[in-house]
Every structure is written in structure tokens, then in C-alpha cells.
Design a protein around this ligand. Structure first.
Ligand SMILES: Nc1ncnc2c1ncn2[C@@H]1O[C@H](COP(=O)(O)OP(=O)(O)O)[C@@H](O)[C@H]1O
Ligand SMILES: [Mg+2]
Length: 308
């Protein structure tokens, strides 16, 4: 059975002229980590909230674990677990309370709830802080409390909407390893992120959305082939322009003072010579998932992304 089966889903928020999601159809297989990748405003959270039965589409249908989000939301809510974007733990409650109470609400026995709470808090290195009110925790620890709650519950499908936002590199890895463990148990994950390394590390399948539309999807290997070239050369835009680089390959302005040329080895060598002759800084490397994104969307994911 599909974890998520969305058909022609459109969401137009009241008062906006452009749909947040525009005729999106997508199928998420069970037992996989499925990632929605896109800049802020792409429509990721809108999709997650609809699947989690928090928001109705303007048109189209979505089935989650075989149930219709409009007609059978109760069935779905029993089977899924959500880390909402910009969620916050309750100030006065401790990490232990959050996870333990949540498990009890979900119907776990006290004994099982205790065991699962301890194990999840240890995994995310929250155990030593288990009795501190959430208001005294750092931003990253608060975020991990939400992740711990969602992951401790034995849901069939886990929604993680930018779960590692604001986490330090060590905490991010703790969350990643918890996600991988989760996957090992055959449950499904719908992850959203704008971190390429995270997407690369965790995803079985990636869907790239931009401005409410799916612009590419596939495994990481498949997505790499979206770019017809295998090398990229970044050259300082200060001293050259798009037109003079176009003969060498496909050029995009990264908006960071560099022009990026997607090309092949022989042209990469010529471009290096071009740059050396003009005394321009440059950098040559094989293409990455990040490049796929820039190639498709025309700008890097991090620029201006955090400002929104
Ligand atoms: N409650 C809302 N009312 C009106 N517009 C919204 C609302 N939530 C999101 N949007 C708009 O919908 C688009 C998609 O937003 P969102 O799904 O949050 O994107 P993402 O999670 O990829 O950053 C954006 O243009 C955003 O401004
Ligand atoms: Mg979002």
C-alpha cells in the first residue's frame, strides 16, 4: 500500500492570487524516507499539513495509508505522527513530560511509555535535561523535544517538517540516526528540508518542488542525471559575464558573486585557463544534489531562503 497517494492537489489560500500547490500528484511508497526539497514558500508545509489532516485542499484528493484525508481523518490521525514546522514545546513541561504524556495519550501502557521515553530521550541526548522545564532549554533542545515526541510514538507514517532547523551539527546527526533507525523498522517518513546534505543522507526518494509545482523527482542517482553535464565550474562574476561563459556550457548566476557553468571535463579545463588568464577566482568540482537544485531552480537554495 502507498503511504501517501495524492492526485491533482491544488491549494489556494484565501486572499492569495497564486496557489501554494498547483495540481500536484505524487505517490509515496511505504517503508521509505521520502523528502520534499524546496526553498521557503515552495509549498512543502502546505502539503504536509494536508496529509496530516490539518488543512483541506482546494481541489484534488489525498489518501494517507489508504484513508481519505477529508472523509477519514480520524483513522489517519491514529496512524501518523507529526513534527510541525515552528512547533514549540509547552514552557512549563519537561522533556520527560512531553514524551511520556504523549505516549500515554496514544494509548501506551505506563511501563512501555516509560521505556520508550527513556530510550528516545537518551538517543537525542535529552536524558540529562529530562526534568528541566522546556522554557529553560536551548532552541535546539526544544526542537529535539518535538522530534522525540513524534518519533517515540509508534506511528506508521512520520511527518518531519524541517526537523533539524536550528540544530547544531551533533544534534542534527542524532536526529538523522533516529530517522534511519525508524526507517529500519519499515515505517515511512515524509521529510521536508532545505538542507541538501540532509536530503542526501536520508532520502530514498526526493521530490523537488518550486512555487507549488513538482519540478523533478527520483532517487539521488536519478536526480543527478537531470543535469546533462558532470562538472561544474564557479567563476567570479566580477570580471566576466554570462554571455562570455555560455559557449562553455549552461550558465547560472548563483547570486553570490559567482557564475556557475555546468559543463564537461574538457570545457572545465578551458574555463580554468580562461579564469587564470583574466586572474579571476574559480573552483572546479563534480556536480552534486545542490547543483541539481541550482540547475532546475536557477538559484541556490540557501540564498534569501532564511530571510523569508
Ligand atoms: N495560512 C496561509 N495563508 C496564506 N498563505 C499561506 C499560508 N500558509 C502558507 N502560505 C503561502 O503558501 C506558499 C507555500 O507556503 P509553505 O507551504 O509554508 O511553503 P514551504 O513550507 O515550502 O516553505 C507561500 O507562498 C506562503 O506564503
Ligand atoms: Mg515549511
Amino acid at each position: 500500500m502507498l503511504a501517501i497517494d495524492a492526485t491533482s492537489v491544488t491549494k489556494l489560500y484565501k486572499g492569495s492570487s497564486r496557489p501554494a500547490l498547483d495540481n500536484v500528484s505524487l505517490q509515496v511508497e511505504s517503508g521509505k524516507v521520502f523528502t520534499l526539497l524546496g526553498r521557503n514558500g515552495a509549498g512543502k508545509t502546505t502539503f504536509v499539513r494536508m496529509c496530516a489532516t490539518q488543512l483541506a485542499p482546494t481541489s484534488g484528493t489525498i489518501k494517507v495509508l489508504g484513508y481519505d484525508i477529508i472523509r477519514q481523518p480520524g483513522e489517519i490521525r491514529n496512524l501518523v505522527s507529526v513534527v510541525p514546522q515552528e512547533g514549540r514545546p509547552l514552557r512549563a513541561l519537561t522533556p520527560w513530560d512531553h514524551v511520556y504524556n504523549w505516549l500515554q495519550i496514544r494509548g501506551e501502557s505506563r511501563q512501555t511509555a516509560r521505556e520508550k521515553t527513556e530510550s528516545m530521550l537518551r538517543k537525542l541526548e535529552l536524558y540529562d535535561a529530562r526534568d528541566r522545564p522546556a522554557m529553560n532549554l536551548s532552541g535546539g533542545m526544544k526542537q529535539k523535544v518535538l522530534v522525540a515526541m513524534a518519533m517515540a510514538a509508534d506511528a506508521q507514517l512520520l511527518f518531519l517538517d524541517e526537523p533539524t532547523i536550528g540544530l547544531d551539527p551533533v544534534s542534527r546527526r542524532q536526529v538523522w540516526s533516529a530517522i534511519n533507525e525508524w526507517k529500519g523498522k519499515g515505517q515511512s517518513v515524509l521529510l521536508t528540508t532545505h538542507y541538501m546534505d540532509e536530503a542526501e543522507m536520508l532520502s530514498d526518494y526526493i521530490v523537488i518542488i518550486d512555487k507549488g509545482k513538482i519540478i523533478a523527482q527520483g532517487t539521488i542517482q536519478e536526480l543527478r542525471k537531470v543535469i546533462p553535464h558532470n562538472m561544474r565550474v564557479d567563476i567570479s562574476a566580477d570580471g566576466t559575464d554570462l554571455e562570455s561563459l555560455q559557449p562553455y556550457g549552461s550558465v547560472v548566476d548563483t547570486g553570490t558573486g559567482m557564475l556557475r557553468v555546468f559543463t564537461f571535463e574538457s570545457s572545465a579545463r578551458e574555463l580554468s585557463e580562461f579564469a587564470i588568464k583574466r586572474n579571476l577566482s574559480f573552483n572546479v568540482s563534480p556536480v552534486t544534489l545542490d547543483d541539481v537544485f541550482v540547475y532546475l531552480v536557477g538559484r541556490p537554495i540557501d540564498k534569501g531562503d532564511l530571510a523569508e
